[in-house]
Design a protein around this ligand. Sequence first.
Ligand SMILES: [Zn+2]
Length: 92
Amino acid sequence: MATYEYRCRQDGSFDVTLPIGTAGPSTRCPRCGVPAGRVFAAPRLGRMPAALHAAIDRAERTAEQPDVVRHVPGDRPARRSSNPAHARLPRW
Ligand SMILES: [Zn+2]
């Protein structure tokens, strides 16, 4: 048995254990079911954490066509000052 690494463009890397020589060029992602390509690399070389792979894939996917942002992350309503002098300041 050997462990083969595949990488889903959405979910990142995952490993599949198969008999030696039986790994195909792609397999279904266990999370989303989309075909994931095999990562050809020397064993235990060039491995990155799955979260880092997912972040890189997400950055590559949105490089040409950014995701639509409907709100600013962590956006909160502006705090109102209790100082009456601040009410006369211009609003932007
Ligand atoms: Zn997936």
